[in-house]
Design a protein around this ligand. Sequence first.
Ligand code: SPV
Ligand code: MG
Length: 285
Amino acid sequence: MLRAEICASSELSFLMEAHDALSAAIAESVGFKGLWASGLSIASSLGYRDANEASWSQLVDVVERIVDSTTLPVLVDGDGGFGNFNNARLLACKLRQRGAAGIALEDSCFPKANSLIGERHPLVDIDEFSGRLRAVRDTVGQDLVLVARIESLIAGHGMDDAISRAHSYANAGADAILIHSRKSTADEIFSFANVWQNRLPVVIVPTKYYQTPASAYRRAHVSTVIWANHAMRAAIAAMRRVCHRIFTEENTASIEPSIASLDEVFELLRYDELARAEARYLRLS
Ligand code: SPV
Ligand code: MG
């Protein structure tokens, strides 16, 4: 399904960030067709920085809870693969075992830094990273969608470097190219798409250039847009607002209408299924 969404569709697809089972279930309930298991959001919800502080096995465990809570395909943010080709193929294997639909690997050095903060973004050598992608492809075959993420524009290496990496990663067996930018407009994304001419489908993450309308991505024949961190940021804002109100008012009456009802919690987690199963298996009188 993810392969169809990202690689075989001429329609623009959207992946919504999930960082736990609850955010995954909510994204599915509103109609999203695929999920992005965001490294930043998962790290944040675990109380880690997006700097490979969370281990690959912690990531895999969270992905398992996300996969179990939804029928949607999950593209997992695998950062740089947590080491060299060997660590990357091990991670890909484990993600396949836990039911992920795809892995995105970026050409940043371990430990990675989040693309949207700081100035130091050393990149892995192009040949080494191409070998890393080949190792993952050889290990998981077509079972996982393999998205190669290029950080050239983040690192300040320019468009020529981004394009030559894209060709090398395509030759190494990637299914799609994620081109990342931290500019406040989508200009460099469109320049890339114009030169690249969709040799492989293009995936983008418009966190910083959020003013750009989706129609512009359709015109540029972008394949997939990732809303990378918005559920996590929404949760922070909502929790802060509610905690502050309860703290100051010493009462929950005023916030009750603005938070999810317990019925909504029970519905999201399918308590009705448990009740039916109890009736069937416990033979309650
Ligand atoms: C993530 O969601 O973890 C991403 C996108 O990789 S970004 O935070 O922009 O690097
Ligand atoms: Mg990430």
